[in-house]
Design a protein around this ligand. Structure first.
Ligand SMILES: NC(=O)c1ccc[n+]([C@@H]2O[C@H](COP(=O)([O-])OP(=O)(O)OC[C@H]3O[C@@H](n4cnc5c(N)ncnc54)[C@H](OP(=O)(O)O)[C@@H]3O)[C@@H](O)[C@H]2O)c1
Length: 251
């Protein structure tokens, strides 16, 4: 039976439903598509203030996912999660410097788009809401290669704090630390990131030739399609529970 032929609510994996936060992202949209393809009943979360909410409703409905637009509010999120009862929850969201700059240009408070507010704040809210449900589930967190508590970068510090929170939450978890996520079809062009991936991969290929294979494997770029496949595979693998996967293991 193909994904399209399956009746809504049909779960062939026995994992219960999946709830995907950050579903509209470059990685998230592919995770949603793959989960549905694998027969997991999937709820794609879209922020209610998204200017593209209706477009996402159509796109996700077309691949067979449900759409939820609960506000980023702990009580509202908890109530939604109690209703959805997911067995898998993916946290794939994060802001960028470009988003912070856009907020400033639009006269909004850029702090509301900061790594602290989004990458840490919203993921922490999701974890707290999940803890309050008392549900038994696996939390799949998309972190980043090179995360370090002592990093000078606010991005890495926020991610390090989320990882610590995930690990102490009492929830079963899987953490993935990919390197640069590149590939065609991003909504924003991210020239510097694409350039970083191309140049970085060339340098790493050269490093590989002189024996630095581990370095190459750790920091070589991936694509949203490859990463999503790895995330879904790990989410469905009991052996991946309570483990952290580095970039070279996400292939
Ligand atoms: N890009 C990379 O090279 C890379 C490398 C390693 C790790 N990561 C991490 O992996 C994750 C996914 O990466 P990606 O490139 O797939 O992400 P992406 O395409 O930038 O998508 C980001 C997601 O976060 C949501 N989001 C951003 N700001 C938000 C806000 N203020 N409120 C609510 N939702 C918000 C977006 O929702 P809307 O669509 O509604 O705005 C979208 O669903 C990110 O956390 C990123 O930091 C990225």
């Amino acid at each position: 039976m193909t994904a399209k032929e399956r009746p809504p609510g049909h779960d062939v994996t026995g994992t219960g439903r999946a709830f995907v936060a950050g579903a509209t992202g470059f990685t998230g949209r592919e995770v949603v598509r793959l989960l549905v393809e694998k027969g997991v009943r999937t709820v794609a979360h879209v922020r209610p203030d998204s200017p593209r909410l209706e477009e996402w409703r159509e796109r996700f409905s077309a691949v067979g996912a449900e759409v939820d637009a609960t506000a980023w509010d702990k009580t509202a999120m908890r109530d939604t999660l109690v209703r959805v009862r997911p067995g898998l929850v993916f946290a794939l969201l994060g802001t960028t410097r470009a988003r912070m700059k856009a907020a400033r240009r639009a006269g909004e408070d850029p702090a509301s788009r900061s790594y602290e507010a989004v990458d840490y704040g919203l993921t922490a809210l999701l974890i707290e809401a999940l803890r309050e449900t008392g549900l038994s589930l696996r939390f799949i967190y998309l972190s980043a290669a090179g995360v370090k508590e002592t990093s000078r970068s606010a991005y890495y510090r926020a991610r390090s704090r989320v990882e610590a929170l995930v690990r102490s939450s009492g929830l079963a978890y899987t953490i993935a630390r990919p390197s640069i996520i590149s590939g065609p079809g991003r909504d924003d062009r991210r020239r510097m990131e694409q350039l970083g991936a191309t140049v970085g991969d060339r340098l790493l290929a050269a490093a590989g030739k002189i024996g630095a294979h581990r370095l190459r494997a750790r920091y070589a770029s991936t694509t949203n399609v490859r990463l999503a496949a790895a995330l879904v595979r790990l989410a469905l693998d009991p052996k991946a529970e309570n483990r952290i996967f580095e970039s070279e293991e996400l292939t």
